[in-house]
Design a protein around this ligand. Sequence first.
Ligand SMILES: Cc1ncc(C[n+]2csc(CCOP(=O)(O)OP(=O)(O)O)c2C)c(N)n1
Ligand SMILES: CC(=O)[C@@H](O)[C@H](O)COP(=O)(O)O
Ligand SMILES: [Mg+2]
Length: 641
Amino acid sequence: MPLLTRIRGPRDLDRLSPEQLDQLAAEIRTFLVDAVSKTGGHLGPNLGVVELTIALHRVFESPKDKVLWDTGHQSYVHKLLTGRQDFSKLKMKGGLSGYPARAESEHDFIENSHASTVLGWADGLAKANEVLKKDDHVVAVIGDGALTGGMAWEALNNIAAAKDRPLVIVVNDNERSYAPTIGGLANHLATLRTTDGYERFLAKGKDLLERTPVVGKPLYETLHGAKKGLKDFIAPQGMFEDLGLKYVGPIDGHDIDALESALQRAKRFGGPVIVHCLTEKGRGYQPALADEADRFHAVGKIHPDTGLPVSTSGLDWTSVFGEEMVKLGKEREDIVAITAAMLQPVGLDKFAKAFPERVYDVGIAEQHAAVSAAGLATGGLHPVFAVYATFLNRAFDQVLMDVALHKCGVTFVLDRAGVTGTDGASHNGMWDMSILQVVPDLRIAAPRDADQVRAQLREAVEVEDAPTVVRFSKGAVGPAVTAVGRIGGMDVLRRPADTVVRPDVLLVSVGALAPMCLEIADLLDAQGISTTVVDPRWVKPVDEAMAPLAEQHRVVVTVEDNSRAGGVGSAISQALRDAGVDVPLRDFGIPPRFLDHASRGEVMAEIGLTAPDIARQVTGLVSKLDGRFEESRAAAEPARD
Ligand SMILES: Cc1ncc(C[n+]2csc(CCOP(=O)(O)OP(=O)(O)O)c2C)c(N)n1
Ligand SMILES: CC(=O)[C@@H](O)[C@H](O)COP(=O)(O)O
Ligand SMILES: [Mg+2]
């Protein structure tokens, strides 16, 4: 990499010739395939923005000018050009984040990987520049997928209103989210793309007319003066221009010279301007280009030559859900499915293949998904909205007010619930069982294994007058955990020896943490501490048998892969208080803080959500109770003379 290694910062790009820029682009692509095949990551999106990122950092002066990335998964090239070229620990503990990270660089601004927020950030920054009379440029890069998110249009509505407030919006249009981008906007972008020769047409037209004697120049001036008419005639871009936004494009997103020319025009424009760039996801890497599903949107470790996975994982939670959905779809014609631009990642691809007319990809639009689900339910169907737990956060009000208030039978299936780890703070599914606690009548299931996913999904879709939630982890599903009994609606996973009159600990195991909770019980047993392990299965509402069962124990311990703040532990504690059961409760969960990227195991160890950590703390708690018990017994004994 003779050129890439010499790039220490964006200004090092300035001295490169066009030929060297093309060589640099090739070196970057080679680097990306080599590095990301070893670590996993967002290979396809980054292969698509190589030239675009080079051009952006040549035309704008980061960090004085703010280059902002929507979702941020496509910022690897940006990192390479801003002094970060060690990708050996990408997305790993202590290594580079897979997204922009302020702690990593002054060139990074937006850290969260929730889509469709960049234009809001840009609007705010542009307003700040106006108030503070700063002449920094604000450049927002947004993908065609992220542009299907409602927040993007809320921002555009505001941005377009300020005709003299400089702001450059770069639409990175590769026609895909994971799958091809859906909807009217995508169709409109397509009309713009189909005239991708528009700029060339205009340039040729200008050249021809200027060489035409007498009438040529005035005619060109007339035509150029009527550029809207000319453009609409050649490239109907009414939507953006009707909004009041200057539209530049479509531009070949892999032609550095064309990109720089367009970005320079945008930089000088002095108001809000959209630069529409046509790019190719996975560009330059045949295995990615051949991947019809998602052009290697996010890959694990792969063989660089073939793109094939280095290792295959066993049965995963997502597949269990997807296969059960197909069975349900055959049994019930009223069941329909919704995805927010993540059909395959959430496991609905098989359902879509079997029932193409009963699946809806709404784009990256989780709020719309939830509201349209209320409509589908009211219309007589039972919608199942499958979404990553963290992405449902933004649809909380729609779940509360549109689905629950109207008593709609909608099932939300939350994949990637709990600590996911490598995608960083905004990807952990750690808030759902807290924020959804406040939704009246909503029920939450946390299946502990594959059998329970199947069973609880079926129980959920039977509920027709309230929202139901089924939440499970990322990755391979653990071994089946068999119940040894049932109390109320709760599965008993382990009972203490029959000889124990009042067991020490009632251990409430939530969802996928059941194997860990059984390990905790073993560790406690080795300390002579007796434990009953229960899996509530439905963690909201708290099972009516919980309080009486708690009363039969000395202490209650809850363990959940969710924030401790307002989680299942809090709900059970409240239920015990409401029932007048005064048994100490210790809740274990994720601390309410943002968790840096690392593997799931590393994060769980960091936050003390491991069997040894929890067993140690519970042992201390019981010893303290014993101590108190000894003290109170001693105090009760008559004083010996
Ligand atoms: C709110 C939200 N929903 C879903 C996702 C998952 N997600 C990550 S990237 C992506 C596709 C983005 O498509 P686009 O904006 O076109 O970027 P590209 O990958 O094509 O460069 C999706 C759906 C997300 N990050 N945020
Ligand atoms: C950027 C984004 O939000 C997704 O692409 C995410 O990185 C995928 O995560 P999984 O790898 O868990 O599917
Ligand atoms: Mg895209």
